[in-house]
Ligand binder design. Structure first.
Ligand code: ARG
Length: 269
């Protein structure tokens, strides 16, 4: 059974601005936050998964975005080194929790920014890693050495899509859905060279974070509002579970950001 890590939104809020979606003037509606997060929890729980919960902490409002806890491969957990001080306090909490749950914690050198699964997604036989806004490209080399796997580094060029999981979602049939314009030309080529059957997402749907999806075999849990993408995914035999995510979009996150796989893969390659 697949295992996932979520963090209840008890301390969630828009308390600072570290990406273009966040505005302290546009706070989150607490009852809606709770209902939307519960909707995600319920949807994932029904899909033959074990959902673990880490408690949140006051003054760490983005801790709900567990994709940024780190990257888990087999029983090894590589914690994030957050770029922004605002989130740095989350790292020891996630590492402690993972250690208590039996994972081996492997820290990267602390001068290398790395934001976990938010910037590192396996697709086909490679680990696709985004860099620039949050994660440093130098951390990719460290992750590749550690895991002994092929890492494809791709530059992110649009600040709205500051983590790779906001604009790229590998699919189990070897393809991916993605918003090409979030990558530079070289990155686009690298992705096209390695993955066939890509689904190009139109800008309006990408801006609704449809790529920020949790893929569980043939089931895909994604933010609602992505009509054309859902049609294409359904044509390929996937079952889509669209969910309202408005309150998390205000922080620049949605379904995938709120979820970390434990592990994302059993083996790196
Ligand atoms: N407000 C959070 C931040 O800017 C959102 C994180 C979204 N996480 C993700 N994996 N894309 O860091």
């Amino acid at each position: 059974m697949r295992e996932l890590l979520l963090c209840p939104p008890d301390h969630y809020g828009i308390e600072y601005e570290i990406n273009p979606w966040m505005s302290r003037a546009r706070g989150a509606d607490t009852p809606l936050v709770k209902a939307q997060w519960k909707g995600l929890f319920d949807a994932l729980s029904k899909l033959d998964t074990k959902v673990h919960l880490i408690p949140g902490k006051e003054r760490l409002p983005d801790m709900v975005f567990t994709a940024n806890a780190g990257l888990t491969v087999g029983r090894r957990f590589i914690p994030s080194n957050f770029r922004h001080q605002e989130r740095a306090g989350e790292a020891p909490l996630f590492a402690k929790w993972m250690e208590e749950h039996g994972y081996e914690i492997v820290w990267l050198p602390e001068n290398l920014y790395f934001e976990g699964e938010g910037d590192a997604l396996f697709g086909g036989d490679a680990l696709f890693c985004g860099y620039k806004f949050r994660t440093d490209i130098n951390s990719h080399r460290a992750v590749a050495d550690l895991l002994g796997c092929l890492v494809i580094s791709v530059e992110l060029v649009d600040p709205r899509f500051y983590h790779i999981d906001t604009c790229f979602c590998p699919l189990p049939d070897g393809g991916a859905m993605w918003f090409p314009a979030a990558f530079d030309e070289y990155g686009q080529r690298a992705i096209r060279d390695r993955l066939q059957n890509l689904i190009d997402v139109p800008e309006e749907e990408a801006a609704g974070f449809c790529c920020n999806a949790v893929v569980l075999d043939r089931d895909i849990v994604l933010p609602d509002g992505a009509k054309t993408v859902i049609r294409q995914l359904s044509d390929r035999g996937y079952t889509c579970h669209p969910l309202p995510m408005s309150e998390f979009l205000k922080a620049g996150g949605a379904c995938k950001c709120l979820t970390m796989h434990m592990p994302q893969r059993e083996r790196a390659c």
